[in-house]
Design a binder for this molecule. Structure first.
Ligand SMILES: O=C(O)CCC(=O)C(=O)O
Length: 268
């Protein structure tokens, strides 16, 4: 049995299991707004630690830089302790087991920021198109570090679109390596904005169609902590079906390399 870290993490995180209605709603609609998953103190500490990591490498929006440089800081759990604790032992891990099943590994950790001044949009896509995982039940968990609304670039989704499966979209090895932008041709009229309060988490299915517009609020950032979880045996279809490497956070896996991956990263 892994150690139960919840009592130690209680000052920072709010643990709450999904209700049967919420699980049904996720199955039908492919997304769910949950939270708060951070206490006020947890939100403040999360912002501080994420901003220290962000500022060490990036800083304010730079109009002369690429969207990648302006928007993403990957493997954020290597750079901040609280993100690591949240990613490995936070309430969203429990939610992942309710949605995906008993065997869970981490799949992606990054900051996706739209600092004030960054009016670049993020085109319609499914997260599984950026890197196809099988089984097709991974989830994305977007924890807001600021209130996000239409003015500062909240996420838009197409409710229920996960049920239509993965769209066909040609992506070369180079596209995957360079993280070139996926741009699906989706009718904007199908989309609905999902405003999120700081400290809340938006869960959605790997096949959910989603996008965001630019940040047009001149005096507000739109900072999101973006984490993904997958079945512990999930493989990368684009990589000869080798297992996605991520820390095993619940249950077991048939892959030794997954069991060993980041197993030694300190938690507390
Ligand atoms: O940061 C955003 O606005 C969009 C992020 C997103 O959709 C993603 O990382 O998949």
């Amino acid at each position: 049995m892994p150690k139960d870290h919840r009592p130690t993490l209680a000052p920072w995180f709010v643990y709450r299991a999904l209700t049967a209605d919420e699980l049904r709603s996720f199955a039908d609609n492919g997304y769910l707004l949950y939270g708060p998953s951070l206490t006020d103190a947890g939100l403040e500490r999360m912002r501080d630690e994420c901003m220290a990591a962000w500022n060490a490498e990036k800083g304010p929006f730079d109009p002369d830089s690429t969207w990648l440089n302006n928007a993403l800081l990957t493997n954020i759990h290597h750079r901040t302790e609280l993100v690591r604790q949240y990613y490995f032992s936070g309430p969203i891990v429990d939610v992942a087991t309710q949605i995906i099943g008993p065997n869970i590994k981490t799949a992606t950790s990054q900051l996706t920021f739209k600092m004030r001044g960054n009016t670049q949009s993020f085109a319609w896509h499914q997260d599984n198109v950026y890197g196809e995982l099988d089984p097709y039940n991974a989830i994305s968990c977007l924890t807001a570090l600021d209130d996000a609304d239409q003015k500062n670039g909240c996420i838009w989704i197409v409710p229920g679109s996960h049920a239509q499966g993965q769209v066909e979209y040609e992506r070369t090895d180079e596209d995957i390596q360079q993280r070139t932008v996926v741009e699906l041709d989706i009718d904007d009229a199908l989309g609905v904005p999902v405003p999120i309060k700081a400290g809340q988490c938006l869960f959605f299915h790997a096949l959910m169609l989603h996008k965001s517009e630019g940040n047009f609020a001149k005096d507000r950032d739109r900072r999101i902590l973006f984490l993904r979880y997958a079945d512990a045996d999930a493989v990368e279809v684009y990589n000869d079906r080798t297992p996605r490497l991520g820390r095993l956070v619940r249950g077991n896996t048939k892959y030794n390399e997954v069991r060993a991956y980041e197993a030694q990263l300190p938690l507390l």
